[in-house]
Design a protein. Structure first.
Length: 169
């Protein structure tokens, strides 16, 4: 399997994609292009020559209230009302490739894109919204930790991701 990451385009056949998560699949089939056009999120797809689209993720920017950052981290920050962040809004891999590491590849590509963008647009943390306990465990395996008030909303410091990716090169 040879995976290539590309920005979502009209030429991508989304109809065959099925992650097994109806909310994610419906969004990808019906609304991903609209969110792209409106500038709400940028969607990237993982494509295989034979299978077509085998995964996707979308990213955007946001800010989080200073008060939601855990105290052990926030005490080192200036007292701004909000802290810049990057959000991995959605991430899903096709059920046809379950167990083949596509989820890890999707997350790695998303993190690399966010780090590249952070050279131009600041982000202190990278945030994900885990859809369920299984997704939360997936993200926790990469070092994401839950926000104290919203356990399914998880974060990792951008600096931690940058250091980890630098070590892996």
């Amino acid at each position: 399997m040879r995976i290539v990451f590309q920005p979502l385009g009209k030429h991508h056949d989304r109809a065959r994609f099925s992650s097994g998560q109806p909310a994610l699949d419906d969004w990808f089939h019906e609304r991903a292009s609209q969110d792209e056009k409106r500038g709400i999120a940028r969607t990237f797809v993982a494509c295989d020559d034979e299978l077509g689209v085998v995964g996707f993720y979308c990213i955007s920017s946001l800010s989080v209230g200073f008060d939601v950052i855990p105290p052990e981290i926030s005490r080192k920050l200036p007292r701004y009302d909000e802290i810049p962040a990057a959000l991995i809004r959605r991430l899903a891999r096709d059920a046809r490739v379950r167990g083949e590491g596509i989820g890890e590849l999707l997350l790695t590509d998303a993190l690399q894109r966010i780090l590249g963008a952070s050279k131009t647009l600041a982000s202190f943390v990278i945030i994900v919204d885990a859809k369920d306990d299984k997704a939360a465990a997936f993200y926790a395996g990469f070092g994401f930790q839950p926000f104290p008030t919203r356990p399914k909303r998880m974060f990792i410091l951008r600096s931690v991701v940058a250091a980890a990716l630098e070590r892996s090169l």
